[in-house]
Ligand binder design. Structure first.
Ligand code: HEC
Length: 370
């Protein structure tokens, strides 16, 4: 009973495999672990997202050279993915790259040895591709163009990029779009058996590169906001492993992700300090009075984690204070104590939104795909 689990945990390393190691909690977050413990939050909240069932979304990260074979592979399922702009553009970029290469080869030869026919063909391809790119509105299509450029797997010189309507000097965001480019060719509801054939075609015949994205099918914890299943490694740096006793309140294994403003309603949003204060204050108010917003809750209030004072009728809160106003019952200004601040930092450190080799990230079903 002691040796078995201990030997498993001893072999765990903080490396995530992608050069992004798990980090121990430091500072306030570490102190917050103690506050979480002494207030018995783990009696009602778990920190253990459980597993469920998922389907696969195949995401093409690089298309193979043969357009026909690749089209056949991606169109195995009901939708015609080869008709999508990303697919078509990727192949025009591939054609451009081939033409540019051929042109360069000819130009490197002595003038009398050049094959004029080849030069003409290459120029024609280039001109038609450039003409095509001038037709489209550049701003609106940029994301699609960059994605297509990424999955085409080719790389152009600066002047050619500019002629094709792609940014010649890419900023960090544009470079990321190219590097992480992928496009889905299944909708995520397929089981392994459904996609086995497609995978084989992509790999063996079409020579495409792809990755598999698990998408929650029947996976309540992921549907409620967890990024993946919790595993032993998540507790590697915990002084006291507080997996939880029972789920009286919601699981908190990814609560940090929900509190941090980085992602709201499933969308990545830029970090914004003012919005972050609003999110933080919601948690403070919830701890002070779980029913502050008029919603019923079985969570007990943790008022002693705050300094509080009653507000007069027209009195305003001072800086650093948070106003809590509950209809017909009170209007107070609260100030979080050091313990409340530490607890908040601890909660922000609770995240399972990074993939682990033994627990890949599972995407939530899109609301529209219901
Ligand atoms: C007696 C059981 C109980 C205890 C103890 C308890 N909670 Fe809760 N908690 C609940 C319940 C039930 C809910 C769901 C209702 C609600 O949102 O208020 C909840 C909700 C929450 C939420 C909102 C989660 C979300 O996803 O919206 C947070 C955050 C939270 N609790 C943190 C804490 C912290 C931190 C502690 C310890 C200081 C704690 N809870 C102690 C029962 C409890």
């Amino acid at each position: 009973m002691v040796y078995g689990p201990a030997s498993q945990v001893n072999n765990l390393s903080p490396e995530l495999g992608a050069g992004d190691p798990l980090r121990p909690r430091v500072g306030l977050a570490k102190q917050g672990e103690q506050v979480y413990r002494e207030n018995g939050c783990y009696y009602c909240h778990t920190r253990a997202a459980t597993g469920g069932s998922f389907g696969y979304e195949i995401q093409i990260t690089q298309l193979g050279d043969d357009r026909q074979l690749n089209a056949e592979a991606v169109d195995q399922h009901d939708k015609k993915y080869s008709r999508e702009t990303v697919f078509q553009k990727a192949y025009s970029y591939k054609a451009v790259a081939k033409a540019a290469d051929a042109l360069k080869q000819e130009q490197d030869k002595e003038p009398e040895e050049r094959d004029q026919k080849k030069i003409q063909d290459a120029n024609a391809t280039l001109i038609s591709a450039i003409g095509l790119s001038n037709d489209i509105s550049r701003g609106a299509e940029e994301g699609v163009n960059l994605k297509a450029y990424g999955v085409s797997g080719v790389s152009f010189e600066k002047d050619l990029l500019a002629q094709l309507g792609l940014p010649a000097e890419m900023n960090a965001n544009q470079a990321r779009l190219v590097k992480e480019a992928s496009f889905p060719v299944t909708d995520g509801s397929q089981s392994w058996k459904d996609i086995e054939g497609t995978i084989q075609k992509l790999k063996d015949k079409a020579g495409a590169q792809y990755k598999l994205q698990p998408v929650a099918k029947e996976w309540p914890d992921v549907e409620k906001g967890a990024g993946r299943q919790s595993v032993s490694r998540d507790f590697l740096f915990d002084e006291h492993v507080m997996i939880g006793v029972m789920r009286f309140g919601p699981d908190l294994s990814n609560i940090g992700r929900n509190i941090l403003f980085e992602e709201k309603n499933g969308k990545e949003v830029a970090n914004n300090p003012e919005e972050q204060v609003i999110e933080d204050n919601k948690i403070y108010k919830h701890l002070y009075d779980p029913q502050w917003n008029g919603q019923s809750s079985h969570m007990p209030p943790f008022r002693y984690l705050f300094k509080q004072r009653k507000l007069g009728e027209n009195e305003r809160v001072q800086s650093g204070e948070i106003e809590v106003e509950k209809e017909d019952s009170y209007r107070v200004a609260i100030t979080p104590t050091a313990k409340a601040k530490a607890l908040l930092e601890y909660m922000k450190s609770l995240r399972n939104d990074k993939p682990l080799p033994e627990a890949p990230l599972v995407r939530r079903k899109q609301a529209s795909a219901k």
